[in-house]
Design a protein around this ligand. Structure first.
Ligand code: SF4
Length: 307
């Protein structure tokens, strides 16, 4: 039923539906539409705002594969981390996931994409998300390793894998944030996603970087003008957490714990609600408290969109 109603538009990188209400669509769902599967929390970067820092051990690979099997039939799985390519069984998991999901996505810092990996990835993923936090100086102050990131981005683009460029809007890049759209345009990104910090992980103490709805509205006006002026082709999608609401994302941590994120009423900004190593995908969905926010976000009904 849901498969007939919700489609994935590869050109715009968005789930689409007719005007059926979100509540009605949710009532027909038995498993999540999409979730983020963290293969490892290890990472070769130390981004100042990292919301998913190291400290959680990954289950043995056989158990990871079993958890992937349990999710089979879900519309989209996003392999993430930490840095997912730092996980030693990364390629094995990607190969194992083939045919089980309508869309398989890699969310990576791009620094570990070696020569030849682009062609290999093209066979295994539908698109790649890569974060660039500004031009060289600003990116390096926030995230580091600009050259490695751009090199990885170029390898993905040259392999003609669809991609999105992501950035996190902070004090350190607020005056140059529009360059992200320029970067996305150069590399043929379908979408540029502008996120804002959440009080989670390393971001917890970055109070000066938390963004108000007014800041986001001002940025929207500016990016709309710049997109028009410069003829950028990627769609720009911005997140205002006050509109998205809490807990839309389901993260499977490397140990199998399922958490809803971000939930800023909770001290760690997450709401653990299930353990995928011990339950089915249906049970996981049943236990998930933020179903409406989940679907509304992925249909971009609660997002700021600059088409
Ligand atoms: S934000 Fe991503 S790339 Fe940066 S340290 Fe955290 S996991 Fe690594």
């Amino acid at each position: 039923m849901l498969t007939e109603t919700i489609a994935f538009d590869d050109e715009r990188q968005i789930f689409t539906a007719d005007d059926t209400s979100t509540e009605e669509l949710v009532s027909r769902m038995t498993i999540p539409l999409s979730l983020t599967f963290q293969l490892t929390r290890n990472c070769n970067f130390r981004c100042v705002y990292c919301s998913e820092p190291p400290g959680i051990r990954t289950r043995p690979v056989e158990e990871v594969l079993e958890m992937v099997d349990k999710l089979s039939g879900m519309r989209r799985i996003i392999f993430s981390g930490g840095e997912p390519m730092a996980y030693k069984h990364f390629w094995r998991v990607l190969e194992h996931a083939q045919g089980k999901f309508e869309r398989i996505v890699l969310s990576t810092n791009a620094s570990m994409i070696k020569p030849g990996d682009g062609d290999r990835l093209k066979e295994l993923v539908h698109y790649v998300d890569i974060t660039v936090d500004g031009p060289r100086k600003q990116h390096d102050a926030i995230r580091g390793q600009y050259d490695k990131v751009i090199r990885g981005l170029r390898r993905v683009a040259e392999a003609e894998i669809p991609l999105s460029v992501i950035c996190v809007f902070m004090q350190g890049n607020r005056n140059v944030i529009h360059y992200i759209a320029q970067t996305g345009d150069i590399f043929g990104a379908k979408k540029v996603k502008v996120l804002t910090t959440i009080p989670k992980g390393m971001s917890k103490n970055l109070f000066e970087d938390f963004t108000s709805s007014e800041d986001i509205e001002a940025l929207e006006v500016r990016l709309r003008e710049e997109k028009e002026r410069n003829g950028w082709t990627p769609r720009i999608v911005m997140t205002d957490w006050m509109k998205v609401g809490q807990g839309h994302a389901i993260l499977i941590e490397p140990n199998g714990r399922a958490v809803a994120s971000p939930v800023w009423n909770e001290p760690e900004c997450i709401d653990p609600f299930a353990d995928l190593s011990k339950c089915t995908a249906e049970e996981l969905w049943q236990a998930f408290p933020y179903k409406i926010n989940h679907l509304a976000k992925y249909l971009e009904r609660t997002m700021i969109v600059i088409d």
